[in-house]
Design a protein around this ligand. Structure first.
Ligand SMILES: C[S@@+](CC[C@H](N)C(=O)[O-])C[C@H]1O[C@@H](n2cnc3c(N)ncnc32)[C@H](O)[C@@H]1O
Ligand code: SF4
Length: 375
């Protein structure tokens, strides 16, 4: 049983040069058929849910849908699922794709959290990333959202970008903090295969900052954001008090979540699954009343333990000793075996009264730590 839903809207105006997410150009007719298929998929999962606590409508660019189409998606969700009165409901928005009408539709449908992908506060950088908006577009969309009453807004930022200087990153953070959003995510740019950036990087044509500069940028973000009242609660995520992302905490706590839409992933009753990535395929399968799942795997207990540990260690508070014991009937030390002592001695892990967590050093080496954990 799940009390969370991720719903994927796979359309984007253009493809950013670094992005490997499952997205396609927008076609009005196809979008119509896609939403009908989504409704079919909701019906197939409705019996597997308890009242929903979190819904995340992501993409792609959900905010590209018209006000009427968005109204339909929310009506379908309400028709198939019980949604708790205090549920966190987030929609990802691209700057320049929202207007007052769409934002009001969202407000009235119960959407209470928006996530804007800004990435950087310099037009030149946005252009080099292949973004289809300017800084002014972002500022306009953000202000519109605030004027419409949205007070729980996240802003996504990228660092370690081609040609990006420390001064530019500092400028981005300063300007974003001055807008006082409830939540800020800072991601270091990852070179994803099958993207233009990856090809240029392989060809030696993408001048990325050094690893030292990248680490300095991350340190700077942590210092600045925490000094300005943002809690650093997950490796890449910072929130004002009581504004942590409940939906993302479902992932980091390795709890059940239904994934709907093309390429969406879900985790229900101990089974991870992934949907077909193609839109035409997705529509076709659902017209036949079948779940569009192309891959499903029931986790062994060992895999579930390792994943639970790895995901929870992303949180700054770490993993709750009591919650782990309750879920698996054994202590974390037992599961980690020799690694436990080794990592504590190496200064990667530390134990508090209630949690086991990564130290600051462990945080910077998190990827290496996680690889060892999963092996
Ligand atoms: C997949 S996008 C969807 C939201 C929206 N379309 C947008 O671009 O803002 C969500 C976030 O993923 C992050 N992202 C996408 N590709 C990435 C990459 N290669 N490396 C790091 N972060 C990435 C960006 O910060 C983006 O805001
Ligand atoms: S707008 Fe977002 S989802 Fe679309 S291509 Fe760019 S980063 Fe990817």
């Amino acid at each position: 049983m799940a009390s969370s839903i991720y719903l994927h809207i796979p359309f984007c105006a253009t493809k950013c040069y670094y992005c490997a997410f499952n997205t396609y150009p927008f076609h009005k007719e196809q979008a119509k058929d896609y939403l009908v298929a989504l409704r079919e998929e909701m019906a197939l999962y409705a019996p597997r849910t308890t009242p929903l606590s979190t819904i995340f409508i992501g993409g792609g660019t959900p905010s590209m849908l018209s006000a009427a189409a968005l109204t339909q998606v929310f009506a379908d969700l309400n028709a198939h699922f019980q949604i708790r009165a205090d549920a966190e409901i987030t929609v990802e928005c691209n700057p320049g794709t929202v207007d007052a009408e769409k934002l009001n539709v969202m407000r009235h449908a119960g959407i209470n959290r928006l996530s804007f992908g800004l990435q950087a506060m310099q037009n030149e950088t946005l252009k080099q990333l292949g973004r289809s908006h300017t800084v002014a577009d972002f500022l306009h969309s953000y202000q519109l959202a605030r004027d419409c009453g949205f007070d729980n807004i996240n802003i996504d930022l990228l660092f370690a970008l081609p040609k990006q200087t420390m001064a530019e990153w500092q400028d981005t953070l300063t300007k974003v903090i001055s807008l006082a959003p409830a939540h800020i995510s800072v991601y270091n740019l990852v070179m994803e295969e099958a993207t233009p950036f990856y090809e240029w990087w392989k060809a030696g044509e993408l001048p990325l900052p050094s690893e030292d500069t990248e680490a300095d940028m991350f340190h700077y973000a942590i210092e600045t954001l925490t000094a300005r009242g943002y809690e650093h609660y997950e490796i890449c995520n910072f929130a004002r008090p009581n504004r942590t992302a409940k939906h993302n905490l479902v992932y980091w706590n390795n709890q059940a979540c239904i994934g709907l839409g093309t390429g969406a992933c879900g985790y229900i009753d101990g089974t991870r699954y992934a949907n077909t990535r193609g839109i035409a395929d997705y529509i076709d399968i659902l017209q036949r009343g079948i779940k569009p799942v192309t891959h499903a795997e029931r986790l062994t207990e060992q895999a579930e333990k390792a994943e639970t540990l790895m995901l929870a260690l992303r949180k700054r508070e770490g993993i709750s000793l009591a919650a782990y014991q309750e879920r698996f009937g054994e202590e974390i030390e037992t599961e980690l075996g020799e690694i436990y002592g080794e990592w504590i001695d190496l200064g990667l892990l530390e134990r508090t009264e209630t949690h086991l967590r990564l130290t600051n050093r462990g945080l910077f080496l998190a990827n290496e730590v996680f690889v060892e954990l999963m092996s």
